[in-house]
Design a protein around this ligand. Structure first.
Ligand code: R5P
Length: 285
């Protein structure tokens, strides 16, 4: 019997999953002790149940300990299986030692989760130099893709779209989205100079002049990638682009800046955000 338990902030998604799966919805109590340490208590009997902890992992450092404590507690209390449903899987971008001594945190994070869960489900993890999550997880890790949902949104809402990816890493999403949306596609070149500093190169776009630009990327974090790309397109005579992303990690300040440059900004609800207009629950069943 499946039993969904949300970590704080994931209640809506867990309720939707329980509804769609005709499964039970549980809860846990969590708070901080006066010294800042985390308290966790499972409020339902999990013995014999297939427990799905629902916890998207944006801002993971605030969440990981209580998530691990919850999973270990469910195991101790005889859950039949303990799975993590993490629509956004953090730390996957740190997949290489660029400078001596740097932590390859994608590997360490995967090892940590692999110790406390039996399996994991996620959506569009940022796999760049890692081809498959199986390379870093020692438990089954299922990956689902939001590209069809983004494509269907574009098809319904934007006529004459040109689907644009800001960098070579986005090519995989751009191709899938453009093909399903029946739109043309273009992948730009990005040079990252720092956490908040990117350079976007724009090729000759004369053949696309009548198109409506739709920027697509897996993650918006600092927002610099989308801001630079939108500014460059506008400078080349295009209308303000639509901006679509799977994982909306960006702050309100970045949202305000992006809003000045975009016709519309839309994300999935993998990370609950003001822009979340595409539901991903069905992918996670
Ligand atoms: C990395 O290559 C990703 O696909 C995104 O382009 C990137 O994470 C966006 O980051 P930011 O919003 O900080 O520019």
């Amino acid at each position: 019997m499946r039993h969904f338990i949300p970590l704080p902030g994931n209640e809506a998604l867990a309720a939707e999953l329980a509804r769609l799966a005709s499964a039970s919805l549980g809860s846990l109590e969590t708070r901080h002790f006066p010294d800042g340490e985390s308290y966790i208590r499972l409020l339902d009997d999990v013995a014999g149940k297939d427990v799905d902890f629902v916890c998207t992992l944006a801002r993971p450092d605030n969440q990981i300990l209580r998530l691990i404590f919850a999973a270990e507690t469910a195991r101790e209390l005889d859950a039949k299986s303990v799975r993590l449903i993490a629509p956004y899987l953090a730390y996957m971008r740190q997949d290489k030692r660029f400078q001596d001594g740097e932590s390859i945190s994608s590997t360490h994070f995967a090892k940590l989760l692999s110790r406390s869960f039996d399996s994991v489900i996620t959506i569009d993890p940022h796999l760049h130099r890692i081809a498959d999550l199986a390379e870093i997880f020692s438990i089954p890790a299922r990956v689902e893709h939001a590209a069809p949902l983004l494509a269907d949104w574009i098809k319904k809402n934007v006529k004459n779209a040109l689907v644009i990816g800001p960098d070579s890493e986005s090519e995989q999403w751009v191709k899938a989205v453009a093909q399903r949306a029946g739109a043309e596609q273009l992948v730009l070149t990005k040079k990252r100079l720092g956490d908040h500093d990117v350079e976007i190169s724009i090729p000759d776009l004369s053949r696309f002049q009548r198109k409506i630009p739709v920027l697509v990327d897996d993650i918006i974090s600092s927002g610099r990638t989308m801001i630079e790309t939108a500014e460059a397109l506008i400078a080349h005579g295009f209308p303000k682009p639509y901006i679509l992303t799977v994982h909306a990690l960006f702050s309100s300040a970045t949202y305000w800046q992006l809003n000045q440059l975009a016709t519309d900004i839309v994300s999935t609800d993998s990370v609950p955000h003001e822009t979340s207009r595409i539901g991903i629950a069905e992918l996670l069943l």
